[in-house]
Write a protein that binds this ligand. Structure first.
Ligand SMILES: [Zn+2]
Length: 216
């Protein structure tokens, strides 16, 4: 039985303190890496993709993109400059694709309706083409990177403009409602998104209500 799994290990080269967006306090972190493998009876046998680094909070065990350290690193005392992971200034298209993928995989299953809606949202918002294959890749990447919606938004928010944040809210809502009903898990992700993106209640609601404009 060959299945795709991931193999994780902790890096010894980077530990430190950071401001965990989830705990909202200073916590220690470890830089960890994950790599997709084909597994045979749960034993990793064949690497099938690149290495993905992520930052794990020692307290809440949440995972974040390494870029969380550039905004939230607490300077180490006494030790001379630690190695910072590379920062990535992700273009809006990448963050949009990531949030679409995160919402799609959140309930553990991806439906045809979600695929159709996600592609339409992306193409209407960016005027760029999005193939099924690229969307599928994005869905497997967010799982390999151990991202979840809230942790991703916490790291993506500082690099996005106000208008881009509103588009991300609409992307989330569009996918969440793709199958006609919004699950409780997705509903709480939406509520948390408003706080994490620093949007006020009324503009958040206006954005949500205008989502259908992207679906025509
Ligand atoms: Zn934490």
């Amino acid at each position: 039985m060959l299945v795709i799994g991931t193999f994780d290990w902790a890096s010894t080269r980077l530990r430190g303190m950071f401001a965990c967006p989830n705990c909202e306090s200073t916590e220690s972190f470890r830089l960890r890496a994950s790599r997709p493998f084909l597994t045979l009876y749960f034993i990793p046998v064949l690497p099938i993709g690149g290495l993905h680094e992520y930052v794990e909070c020692s307290n809440c065990k949440s995972s974040f993109e390494p870029v969380v350290l550039t905004n939230h690193m607490v300077p180490a005392t006494g030790s001379g400059g630690s190695t910072m992971p590379q920062t990535n200034e992700a273009p809006f298209e990448i963050d949009l694709l990531t949030i679409l993928a995160l919402m799609m995989v959140e309930d553990g299953q991806v439906t045809e309706g979600e695929i159709r809606i996600a592609r339409r949202l992306f193409e209407n918002m960016t005027e760029e083409n999005l193939t099924r294959e690229d969307l599928g890749k994005a869905c497997s990447q967010v799982q390999v990177k151990r991202l979840n919606t809230s942790n991703f938004l916490a790291t993506a928010a500082p690099r996005r403009t106000h208008d881009e944040k509103l588009l991300m809210v609409q992307a989330m809502f569009g996918v969440a409602g793709a199958d006609g009903e919004i699950s409780p898990g997705r509903m709480s992700s939406m509520v948390r998104a408003q706080q994490l993106l620093g949007l006020d209640e009324s503009e958040f609601q206006l954005a949500v209500q205008a989502t259908s404009g992207w679906l025509t």
